[in-house]
Design a protein around this ligand. Structure first.
Ligand code: UT7
Length: 328
């Protein structure tokens, strides 16, 4: 069977308008702008207002991606939302997005792979188009982390932000996606976890009192070291699979968890700073939304152009990690 070439037809993103600076956080937890900036590279993040939710941001990013692609909502065959901050445990956020878009012809489901969600999502979405099963697949990374954060826990609340990014995948003349490398190690699942609210620890007065419905990070430092190691490794694996070398990469778009992680991976990988896309200073860690938002900004400001060779690399809860090499 001949496999279909797949490309990104359009990109879009959506960010809440409310900006929360490190100085704002100094007023609510025992932290400082200096600590947050030097340890993470974050200066500010966006936080949703009122009842705005993950599917709202996802739908806005998706509309922008469909418009950028010059397609119609009716043409969408599948909506895939990568998120760890869904509107509800059931049904999927993707179904709420389908309803908000009015995408009557689309199937819809969520994908949970932590901060690697968008990278996993690209692999899944691409497979549907490549096989010929679907023609137009929306892959969305969307998070409203602010509603899952313990705003009394300085270890986590300073790190994350809200946002959404989306790509519309479809058939292409030339091969767009060249290789995927996805990994997981469930033995480290408890390092980054929302402990309660699932079947393991159903909601109760005790779980609420113990603040177990919020995101917990057991050893940030361990995740840090792990991330530095695997990011370089997995990009190399994906390049090898595509039969390319790192010098050919025009841009690396890494998950934005910590500027020091990005820098360490960049140096280990020997790439000049202008070939790595960074926006963590303005948005913090938006989990599955970090990479598509960075992509959208770099496309909009003209840095990334058609024909560029791109590497996406992510890591996060699971633990999961993965990389994609593509010709944009
Ligand atoms: O997207 C994937 C998910 N998450 C990650 O990738 C996180 C990866 N890890 C990291 O980014 C870093 O490990 C952190 C930013 C979380 C922490 O930086 P670190 O350099 O690894 O610091 P640390 O964990 O070794 O902690 C240093 C100190 C501790 O105090 P003591 O025990 O040394 O007295 C913390 O209590 O910093 C303290 N600390 C803070 N101080 C001020 C932790 N959070 C804060 C804070 N403000 N917000």
């Amino acid at each position: 069977m001949k496999l279909q070439n797949v490309g990104i037809l359009g990109v879009g993103s959506a960010l809440p308008t409310k900006i929360v600076t490190n100085f704002d956080l100094e007023k609510i937890v025992n932290t400082s702008d200096e600590w947050i900036r030097t340890r993470t590279g974050i200066s500010e993040r966006r936080i949703v207002a009122g009842s705005q939710t993950t599917s709202d941001l996802a739908a806005e990013a998706a509309r922008a991606a469909v418009e950028a692609a010059g397609c119609t909502i009716a043409e969408i065959d599948l909506i895939l939302v990568a998120t760890i901050s869904p509107d509800t445990i059931m049904p999927s956020t993707a179904c709420f997005v389908q309803e908000k878009l009015g995408a009557k012809n689309a199937a819809a489901f969520d994908l949970s792979a932590g901060c690697t969600g968008f990278v996993y999502g690209l692999a899944v979405g691409c497979s549907f188009v490549r096989s010929g099963m679907y023609k137009r697949v929306l892959v969305i990374g969307a998070e409203v982390m602010s509603k899952f954060l313990d705003w009394t826990d300085r270890n986590t609340c300073v790190l994350f932000g809200d946002g959404a990014g989306a790509v519309l995948l479809g058939p292409a003349e030339e091969p767009g996606f060249l290789s995927f490398k996805l990994h997981a190690d469930g033995s480290m699942g408890d390092l980054l976890i929302t402990p309660a609210g699932g079947a393991r620890l159903p909601a109760s007065k005790e779980t609420v009192a113990a603040r177990q419905h919020y995101i917990k990070m057991v050893s940030g430092n361990e995740t840090f070291k792990f991330a530095v190691r695997v990011m370089g490794e997995v990009v190399q694996q994906a390049l090898d699979e595509a039969g390319l070398v790192k010098e050919e990469l025009d841009f690396l778009i890494p998950h934005q968890a910590n500027l020091r992680i990005i820098e360490a991976a960049r140096k280990r990988f020997n790439l000049p700073p202008d070939r790595v896309v960074v926006n963590i200073n303005r948005y913090g860690n938006m989990s599955a939304a970090s990479i598509p938002v960075a992509l959208d900004e770099a496309v909009k400001n003209g840095r990334i152009k058609r024909g560029h060779l791109l590497g996406f690399v992510g890591f996060g809860a699971g633990l999961t990690w993965g990389a994609v090499i593509m010709r944009y």
